[in-house]
Design a protein around this ligand. Structure first.
Ligand SMILES: [Zn+2]
Length: 252
């Protein structure tokens, strides 16, 4: 590998600078065949579905290119659309025998995906939970007879078979029980939001029940099992149901 002394991108092979700049130009030009040729062959479908760009791009600009973890190089390329809107993609590049290829791509800033199916179940039985999120409360059902926490919602207490279940607001905090990072675009809504981290958080104040949520600001972050998290309730942009997000309670 050769690097250009005094290059604007220190530590980056000169041929990669050229490749990345050219890649930005062919993306902006909509030359899909050439774009696909830049993708790592075994990840083409994933890469196509990972990033989200507006149509009618008119310009690209290589903002940054630097050595990254795992021997990869990360390029930040800004695309400008005909209406003046700007989108930044971060592509990670790997050197294969046949040349430099994109092995990962994502939109920046990293924003969490929102599922289309967000909201109460069809029977409406868990509506109080969603109404709670709207009012800034985390509500978990609890048996009035034996104080058993119930999650997911059931009409009858699984422990004492009591019929009276109340939605009870609890402190919206938990600890990381498990987590995973999703790289694959399993749903169309994931496009532009990959990769993202899902956390299964355990709520000691609610009988150890566990709630799933996408982790905020998770780009490049490795959560630890047992680490504290706090819930945030993200309003829907269209006035729909809010969603619960987790955030690590790490001190800055
Ligand atoms: Zn009970």
């Amino acid at each position: 590998m050769t690097t250009v002394e005094g290059s604007v991108f220190p530590g980056v092979p000169a041929d990669l600078v050229e490749v990345a700049e050219r890649h930005g130009r062919i993306v902006a030009a909509g030359d899909n065949k050439a774009v696909l040729a830049d993708f790592r062959p075994d990840r083409i479908a994933q890469l196509i579905a990972s990033a989200s760009l507006p149509p009618d791009l008119v310009k690209s600009e290589l903002l940054d290119l630097r050595p990254d973890e795992g021997g990869l190089f990360a390029a930040h390329i800004r695309y400008t659309a005909a209406d003046g809107s700007e989108t930044v993609l971060r592509s990670r590049w790997i050197r294969l025998p046949e040349g430099w290829r994109v092995t990962q791509v994502r939109n920046l800033p990293a924003t969490p995906p929102r599922m289309d199916s967000t909201g109460p179940a069809e029977d409406g039985n868990d509506t109080p939970h969603w109404e709670g999120l709207r009012e800034g409360e985390l509500r978990v059902p609890r048996c009035d007879d034996c104080a058993n926490w119930i999650w997911p919602w059931r009409p009858i207490c699984p422990r004492c078979h009591g019929f009276t279940v109340s939605w009870t607001a609890v402190e919206p905090t938990g600890t990381v029980f498990s987590w995973t990072r999703t790289w694959q675009p399993f749903a169309p809504e994931f496009s532009g939001h990959l990769p993202f981290v899902t956390v299964l958080a355990e709520l000691p104040q609610a009988g150890g029940k566990r709630l799933l949520g996408v982790l905020l600001d998770a780009d490049g972050v490795e959560p630890r099992i047992g680490e504290p998290v706090r819930a945030e309730f993200e309003a829907a942009p269209d006035g729909g149901w809010p969603v619960l997000r987790w955030r690590l309670s790490r001190e800055a």
